[in-house]
Design a binder for this molecule. Sequence first.
Ligand code: PLP
Length: 312
Amino acid sequence: MGSHPGLLKPVPFIWLDGKLVDWSAATLHILSHSLHYGCAAFEGIRCYRRADGKSALFRVDEHIRRLFDSCQILTIEPPFSQEEIKRACLETIRANQMSECYVRPLVFLGEGGLGVGSLDVPTRVAVAVYQWGAYLGDEGLRRGIRAKVSSFTRGALNSNMSKGKITGQYVNSVLAKREVMRAGYEEAILIDAQGHIAEASGENIFVVRHGRILTPPLSSPILAGITRETITLLARELGLQVDERTFGRDELYTADEVFFTGTAAELTPVREIDDRRIGSGEVGAVTKRIQEAFFAVVKGAEPRHPEWLTWL
Ligand SMILES: Cc1ncc(COP(=O)(O)O)c(C=O)c1O
């Protein structure tokens, strides 16, 4: 993650296979299946300390449901229910006495067989929590970042199971992100096999043009981002029009505003793409309005969408 907050600060406990263990004891065997073939499902969830001092997990039910969807795609059966993994998230945050953190559940295949299709390997579950600041930097949140279209194509619909948050698929994102970071940019934008803009390496993408908002449809090879859905709804609640349709990189270059959405990146404005200034080069008015609405919902004192919050 280069200059961005990436180094993990250990906390006392990690939840592993049903119980809390010391951070340093949460290890696995080198011949674990997932390590070799990338068959594991994961999530990223944020717990926010809100303006009234209380903490809440944001849309945890939707995240756990997507974790189980990812497992369904992989034909992996988690040995815990959705409710048990949700409880594990809450228990791990409390045990580590955290009021604001990032939560990383992981369902993975352990040690047993190393055939690509081995069925006789145990399915294991971990939940880790750690401090994670603004993924694309505090300055990025405030002033916008510089992005570059990667030379790596987003995996086609029948190659990558884009609706699954599956570890092995992130090689594509890592290649794209490293490529553009080495070239001095902060985030990579990936194009799909048809030439349409898909998403960023770890975020969904939105474009604002003539006051209307545009984002690639879910029929594109993109993750069905929970922040994407949240932002779409909040924008519509503000009276803004959001269209879901495919578009090419020319519409990115000529946009008035562009922003990324994701649990880690929250709502990060993009001020430059491929060395072209986007709009005025400053954070645009529409982006700012939606960003404020987003932070009010996740961090504000008044729960405008109480159904999205699970209190600690
Ligand atoms: C490739 C990709 N797209 C989009 C997102 C945004 O998804 P969400 O808003 O659910 O965090 C993420 C992050 O999880 C991601 O890794």
